[in-house]
Design a protein around this ligand. Structure first.
Ligand code: ATP
Ligand code: ZN
Length: 292
């Protein structure tokens, strides 16, 4: 049973929705052990002073701002919309989506200024109003809580502004994207006062070290390969590695095996260069964590 009056840090996450699974997976990758199942209101970590509280995502910013919980995981989109008084600590690199404006495929609207005087349905009225104000276009914005994409078909609006990640729901509803308002991903936010409470700050720093280790591991791959020993100087130039590579001899005379960490953004270039040098048996493994 969780003890919410304890000195443990309290982290709010989405109870059931698009962010839930990836948030739980992220916490587990950070080495946190806890039980979680539907219907559960909170979990206590077994190996870290942390309580996990499950809430509707829209409620999380207020709970964090008021200090009912110390930390929360929410979409950046909710911060843009609600502008709660919380401190953003980390971008978590999952839950990516964009707030876009879309119109029916057959609509005559081809650019945002064609929306002047028209009605736009959205769950994010403040973000949309701000966007049109910035672009000096007068529009009507109506707030709809769910299934925004059917508003044009119902005649409620001539355009919508909604979150999308793949665009498939839009295509399914015969909508075409006009423009993007902003991009979003899951973020970790904190109550502003927790940073001045020494005991909580110490726990928070430990938690952040774990989170950052999970995030930075996403940027690297572990690569193992076999090569003739005389290629080593050339290989070293191609893959400088995180530190110096691990090199061991193979049973085959004159051959070595090399293990090295490669940055994700140069990964394919590096592999192609290695192959053209004559390196063989290249094995690539994901890295769970890097602690540097
Ligand atoms: P709740 O019941 O918690 O209020 P919800 O229906 O408001 O849930 P979800 O649809 O589960 O919210 O989305 C939660 C978050 O997931 C969004 O705020 C956004 O940050 C992110 N997200 C990622 N991809 C998408 C997408 N394609 N559509 C909507 N949200 C997305
Ligand atoms: Zn919600």
């Amino acid at each position: 049973m969780a003890d919410l009056s304890s000195k443990n840090l309290k982290l709010a996450i989405q109870k059931e929705g698009r962010l839930t699974e990836e948030t739980l997976e992220f916490l587990r990758k950070a080495g946190l052990e806890f039980e979680s199942y539907k219907q559960r209101l909170f979990s206590t970590c077994k190996n870290f002073p942390l309580e996990i509280i499950y809430l509707r995502d829209d409620d999380i910013p207020d709970y964090v701002a008021s200090g009912t919980v110390d930390l929360g995981v929410v979409g950046q989109n909710i911060l843009y919309e609600e502008r709660p008084k919380v401190k953003k600590l980390l971008n978590l690199r999952f839950g990516s989506c964009s707030l876009i404006i879309a119109v029916p495929k057959e609509s005559a609207v081809s650019q945002i200024k064609d929306l002047k005087g028209k009605t736009i349905a959205t769950t994010y009225p403040l973000s949309v109003k701000y966007f049109f104000k910035k672009n000096k276009i007068a529009v009507n914005v109506v707030r709809i809580k769910g299934s925004v994409e059917i508003a044009p078909a119902l005649g409620v609006a001539q355009a919508i502004a909604d979150l999308t990640s793949t665009g498939s729901t839009l295509a399914l509803n015969d909508l075409r994207i006009l423009t993007k308002i902003y991009e979003s991903e899951a973020v970790l936010v904190a109550n502003r006062k927790i940073l001045s409470q020494v005991s909580k700050k110490i726990i928070l720093e430990k938690l952040l070290t774990r989170f950052k280790a999970v995030l930075s591991a996403k940027n690297y791959k572990y690569v193992m390969m076999n090569a003739p020993q005389n290629l080593l100087p050339k290989i070293r130039k191609i893959v400088p590695g995180l530190k110096s590579p691990t090199i061991s001899p193979l049973a085959k005379q004159g051959w070595i095996t090399i293990q090295v960490v490669v940055k994700e953004d140069v990964f394919w270039q590096t592999i192609e260069k290695l192959k053209s040098l004559g390196v063989s048996s290249i094995i690539v493994l994901p890295i769970e964590k890097t602690i540097i």
